[in-house]
Design a protein around this ligand. Structure first.
Ligand SMILES: C[S@@+](CC[C@H](N)C(=O)[O-])C[C@H]1O[C@@H](n2cnc3c(N)ncnc32)[C@H](O)[C@@H]1O
Length: 251
């Protein structure tokens, strides 16, 4: 059965919620749709982790902020399901209350709202009895893997290649993924670069592994074309690795 999907309005509609991807951070990598929704919203919700001083998403759209109410919500970074759900339930109640008053609410999030994003928690909490599905929308943004690939001018896939995206948090899972795709994208690299490099060395992949840190975020932005040389000591949270494992044979 075909599902009727939410129509996307050019401007934010009263009583609706939009999870809007704002891209990696550079203001000119924001989509026109995202910009129109942000400008026309009554309320902007901007997530900020308890470990950082500012919301990256908010910094990316600073020029579009005028009269909108801005709610900066601080969310926990540790893996505590109860605390995380409670935090997003509270934000969802604030969103639903404003939508019920006829305001349009936009949550801004770095990259794409459906790829490793806090938007997933907020959408889940809203759809859990607070708002009807037809008033909840997701607007795509340019994700980190697209920005990094563009910087290296490396095709991510060609012909029948398989592309996998995963966090670099479980080294066994990363090792097994290398056997099952032609390109592997690793989010959340942070402190695991050395362990990843050791694994790639074993597989003869150091020359095909690329690293992007704070891609398109200005300050602290850096790139490594391969991991064969000296590696940086401490990597921040905003780092991603792309490994071109091989090319799938044409059948
Ligand atoms: C919470 S996820 C956000 C992902 C985001 N929704 C997206 O689509 O790109 C955070 C992870 O995304 C990656 N990331 C996001 N933006 C990045 C950037 N500009 N440069 C490098 N890595 C980035 C990093 O791996 C980071 O640990």
């Amino acid at each position: 059965m075909l599902m009727e999907l939410n129509s996307q309005a050019a401007i934010a509609q009263p009583g609706h919620f939009y999870a809007v991807g704002v891209g990696p951070g550079a203001p000119d990598l924001l989509t026109l749709r995202a910009a129109r929704l942000i400008e026309s919203a009554g309320v902007i919700v901007a997530p900020r982790s308890e470990r950082s001083d500012e919301s990256l998403a908010l910094a990316a759209i600073r020029d579009l902020i005028g009269e909108q109410e801005v709610i900066e919500n601080i969310y926990p970074m540790e893996r505590d399901r109860e605390r995380t759900e409670q935090c997003w339930r509270t934000v969802a109640e604030q969103v639903a209350e404003r939508c019920a008053r006829g305001l349009a609410v936009v949550q801004v999030t770095i990259g794409d709202p459906l790829i490793y994003s806090t938007s997933a928690y907020l959408i889940e909490a809203l759809l859990d009895g607070l708002m009807p599905r037809e008033r909840v929308h997701a607007v795509p943004g340019i994700s980190a893997f697209q920005v990094a690939a563009a910087r290296f001018i490396d095709p991510l896939t060609i012909q029948e290649d398989r592309l996998m995206l995963m966090p670099a948090t479980d080294m066994e899972a990363v090792a097994s993924a290398l056997d099952r795709c032609e390109t592997l994208v690793l989010y959340k690299v942070g402190p695991r670069l050395k362990a990843l490099a050791a694994l790639f060395r074993e597989r003869g992949l150091l020359g095909q592994a690329r690293l992007a840190c704070r891609a398109e975020q200005g300050e602290g932005e850096s790139y490594l074309q391969d991991l064969t040389g000296d590696l940086p000591g401490e990597l921040g949270y905003m780092s991603i690795v792309i490994v071109r494992v091989g090319r799938k044979e044409w059948r």
